[in-house]
Design a protein. Sequence first.
Length: 50
Amino acid sequence: MSQLLKKAAGIYKQDKHTIDWFIAQDAKEPTKFRVIERYTNQEEGIAVSI
């Protein structure tokens, strides 16, 4: 699973308005992950999430 998420990070980091894209794995529950995305501005982040 982590290899797939690393591959996805490489793809999403190439998006025009993406500053960073990374994943965090829950320390207590290894099957839970969180995706953190940073965009150049708030409007781009909102547009992507809709």
